[in-house]
Design a protein around this ligand. Structure first.
Ligand SMILES: [Zn+2]
Length: 219
């Protein structure tokens, strides 16, 4: 019974460990994606600033050349170029502002301590569960050794009978009788002949449910 209980506890822990590991993994992935996005937006901001500078530079160059040209046609072309570059700088400046806003929002998200705290708690839970699991595994090995030695101690026909009954009924297969002399599994009152054998220390088969019953002195 204890081997069964220990195995079940190990399996339950394993399920929870896997569950928590998945949550931790996802949380780490989200964090990485956020940091990556911040880097991307920063690079995009840098690119926009350079482009704004470039448009401004071109507009300035066109303005300077206005004083140097003689033909009206060229002058008009330069004016047009200047307006075009100024317009470009304004439009890029607007996208730049949006990007800077986006960056601020992302930085706020990055500074939020709550998800980090949750992650730390989950990792602590994981390490606790892994520790419990390794202790249970140690206990299971111990129990299995004990079980093996009990099996060789009991041996022979009785062990075979025990295993047969176990296959038939499942665990628990051996139970103490209750204070009223009834089977601990099915509750049937045992005949007095059986009862005296029980009291003398024998393990008998309950005539009603077929499980093993024994007498346990009240503690
Ligand atoms: Zn019974």
């Amino acid at each position: 019974m204890e081997v069964l209980r220990t195995k079940t506890a190990i399996e339950k822990l394993q399920l929870r460990i896997e569950e928590v590991m998945e949550v931790v993994e996802k949380s780490k992935e989200r964090r990485e994606a956020l940091l990556k996005k911040i880097e991307e937006v920063k690079a995009e901001i840098e690119r926009h600033r350079e482009m704004v500078e470039e448009c401004r530079g071109k507009a300035k160059k066109a303005e300077e050349r206005l004083n140097l040209v003689k033909k009206a046609e060229e002058y008009r072309a330069l004016l047009k170029e200047k307006a075009k570059q100024e317009d470009c700088a304004i439009k890029l400046g607007e996208s730049l502002k949006k990007l800077e806003e986006e960056l601020r929002a992302l930085e706020r998200e990055k500074e939020d301590r709550k998800p980090l705290k949750e992650l730390a708690e989950l990792e602590e839970e994981l390490s606790d569960m892994r520790y419990s699991q390794s202790r249970l595994r140690g206990r299971l090995e111990e129990l299995e050794r004990e079980l093996e030695s009990l099996r060789s101690e009991v041996g022979g026909d009785f062990l075979q009978e025990y295993e047969r009954l176990k296959r038939k009924h499942g665990l628990p297969i051996a139970l103490p009788i209750d204070a009223f002399g009834a089977c601990g599994s099915c509750g049937t009152k045992l005949p007095s002949a059986l009862y005296s054998r029980l009291v003398s220390g024998e393990v008998v088969v309950c005539p009603s449910c077929g499980r093993l019953v024994y007498y346990e002195e009240a503690v």
